[in-house]
Design a protein around this ligand. Structure first.
Ligand SMILES: [Fe+2]
Length: 235
């Protein structure tokens, strides 16, 4: 692992992580849904745990493709909290559960211990400052089976400049860091986005949202697999 990658990983994990216990920060995909017994106000605040990812949503090892990188953009901030719920209780928007697996492209095996850093806009098309306000930002770690699952709201298309007619397609920003692998910076897009005319839209990075209802709560889900490339001596 190069010094740069080691530094990235240490920055991502933070020195305090070892003391917290990494296992406690991994959201286990096999956990049963927690929506079964809640209702009313609580239903808007509950963490949705979906259980195992459907087999058809998981690529065969031979079908793994590297993810197309997309640049950080101006709103990345290091130091987001480790959590599996990116949005605060009561955050306006469509509840969205994003899940998937991290894979090693070289071994074609699931990759545990990948630090995933996500950030996205709110329903006003604004990013939190990432200093005093971490809404719609968070980090989590892929499980021993490479799984991750995070709940938040669905990002919307936005205009960086309200005086411009240029619309960014809706996206999650993602940074994935793992020792021995090249850091991946990318965006996760949506197949049903009305703003696909954005030149940064990458159809190969687009997820197909699924509308769901559980215990009277409407939400959407999407699956995005993260495939990392082995770091080489020259990289
Ligand atoms: Fe963005």
């Amino acid at each position: 692992m190069s010094n740069a990658t080691r530094r990235d990983f240490l920055q991502q994990t933070g020195l305090g992580l070892a003391g917290l216990g990494v296992g406690g920060l991994v959201l286990r995909a096999g956990t049963r849904p927690t929506l079964a017994t809640v209702g009313g106000d609580e239903a808007n605040r509950i963490l949705i745990q979906m259980g195992a990812i459907p087999k058809e949503a998981t690529p065969a090892a031979g079908a793994l493709k590297l993810v197309t990188p997309v640049s950080y953009g101006p709103w990345y901030k290091p130091g987001s909290p480790f959590r599996a719920k990116l949005s605060v209780p009561g955050e306006p928007g469509t509840t969205f559960v994003l899940s998937g697996r991290a894979w090693a492209f070289d071994t074609k095996r699931p990759l545990p211990g990948v630090v995933l850093d996500l950030w996205h806009v709110d329903t006003n098309g604004k990013y939190s400052d990432g200093v005093t306000d971490f809404r719609n930002r968070g980090r989590l770690i892929s499980s021993e089976a490479g799984y991750y699952e995070v709940e938040g709201i669905r990002p919307i298309p936005y205009r960086s400049n309200p005086n411009s007619n240029f619309w960014r397609c809706a996206h999650f920003h993602l940074l994935a860091v793992c020792p021995g692998y090249k850091p991946l910076v990318t965006e996760i897009h949506f197949k049903d986005d009305p703003r696909k005319s954005d030149s940064m839209y990458r159809p190969e990075n687009a997820i197909a949202p699924v509308k769901r209802i559980l215990n009277g709560v409407n939400f959407e889900t999407g699956v995005f697999d993260i495939v990392l490339e082995r770091e080489t001596a020259s990289s």
